[in-house]
Write a protein that binds this ligand. Structure first.
Ligand SMILES: NC(=O)c1ccc[n+]([C@@H]2O[C@H](COP(=O)([O-])OP(=O)(O)OC[C@H]3O[C@@H](n4cnc5c(N)ncnc54)[C@H](O)[C@@H]3O)[C@@H](O)[C@H]2O)c1
Length: 352
């Protein structure tokens, strides 16, 4: 999608008009001077949660999203529509790899850079899209952030940069991504950290498998929960022994907000994990318990590019961000299943 802004509101730097909530110029609810930030990937799974949290804390948030075809754009549009109802949020539609960015970034103190193309498996087939959405977009954003005197960029990196490294993954250890996705995330992360100290502060948060309400439809827990609730057979890629350090979305948001101001964070990559490791077999068993359904699991070959196990060393997150995950896996899983059930129900209502 090319850069486009729709002049429905007045919010925006130097006359730039984005899709804005008309009451977005109110003072911060806590009476403090209002802070302004940009969130890229605002209509995405994690970005939409982050925007809600920031607006709730009184930030003025300028969201950017291209509504790419990585999955059904209707999900992104519906998240964006909900954000548009919040005071202090405005939306700028366009592709960061080509759209004008300076007007949106001018006057912003922090850029939370979550926009990009996620997903390991498709990255083998459409690598050029990953390079454009993850690497080119990040390079353009960093250039604009430096020109516009943004104080800090917080980048959403990924545990995929580690590949099948020694566990627990530590930021001082080797990176060895085994998919084009992981390689593009590492390249973008290095660009961010390389820009740190050259007129810009930058932090890269390495997120570990994020789950919770509004999770992307291509991610495991969402796929498993939908199949269970709809009494459909469920495809499991591999034997289920794969292990993931699952992180609840509210915990990810907590760490991301902390990274905006944490002293000593600039120039660092920091792991953000849920603090407990769970196998896919255990995930399926919990989904069966929580939905009350017997699962019809069909095992298939391991997927290319999927690492065997992930586990975050969280020492740096604790010491620099003061972060520790609060939501236990079973509790977060119940939250996601409840959201998936509601989501399926509302889709059925619309279809009826
Ligand atoms: N979900 C996870 O488990 C996870 C784990 C590690 C890292 N991450 C990273 O966190 C970020 C958010 O992930 P998510 O799961 O919310 O994904 P998501 O796909 O739901 O959100 C990303 C958003 O970025 C937008 N986007 C993509 N390319 C763009 C471009 N060129 N210009 C403007 N907007 C663009 C998309 O339309 C989408 O709405 C991504 O950068 C991802 O790599 C996610």
């Amino acid at each position: 999608m090319t850069s486009s802004t729709i002049p429905l509101g007045a919010e925006g730097p130097t006359g730039h008009k984005g899709l804005a909530n008309p009451t977005s110029l109110r003072p911060a609810p806590n009476g403090k001077p209002q802070r302004t930030c940009v969130v890229t990937g605002a209509a995405g799974f994690i970005g939409s949660h982050l925007c809600e949290r920031l607006v709730g804390e009184g930030w003025r948030v300028r969201g950017i999203d291209a509504f790419t075809d990585s999955y059904d754009p209707a999900e992104k549009l519906s998240r964006a529509a909900a954000l548009m109802r919040l005071d202090g949020f405005s939306l700028h539609c366009g592709d960061m790899a080509s759209m004008p960015l300076d007007e949106i970034l001018s006057g912003s103190e922090v850029v939370f850079h979550l926009g990009g193309r996620p997903g390991v498996r498709p990255s083998f087939d459409i690598e050029a899209r990953y390079v454009s959405d993850n690497v080119v977009s990040t390079a353009r954003l960093l250039e604009a952030a430096t020109r516009c005197e943004v104080r800090r960029v917080v980048y959403a990196s990924s545990s995929s940069v580690y590949g099948n490294g020694a566990r627990p993954f530590s930021e001082e250890g080797e990176c060895g991504p085994i998919s084009p996705y992981g390689r593009t995330k590492l390249e973008a992360e290095r660009a961010c950290l390389g820009a740190a100290g050259q007129g810009l502060e930058a932090v890269a948060l390495r997120y570990f498998t994020v789950y919770g309400p509004r999770q992307r439809p291509d991610m495991g827990i969402r796929i498993f929960a939908e199949a269970a609730l709809q009494d459909r057979p469920l495809r499991l890629l591999g034997d289920g022994s794969q292990i993931r350090d699952f992180t609840y979305v509210a915990d990810i948001v907590e760490a991301t907000v902390a990274a905006a101001d944490a002293p000593g964070a600039s120039g660092l990559a920091i792991n953000v994990g849920g603090g407990s490791t769970v196998s896919l077999i255990e995930v399926l068993s919990l989904i069966s318990d929580l939905t009350g359904k017997a699962l019809d699991v069909r095992k298939e070959a391991f997927a290319r590019g999927d690492v065997f196990a992930t586990e975050a060393n969280l020492d740096r997150a604790r010491s620099i961000l003061g972060f520790s995950a609060k939501v236990p896996f079973e509790e977060g899983l119940a939250q996601e299943i409840s959201w998936v059930a509601d989501h399926l129900e509302s889709k059925e209502r619309v279809a009826a």
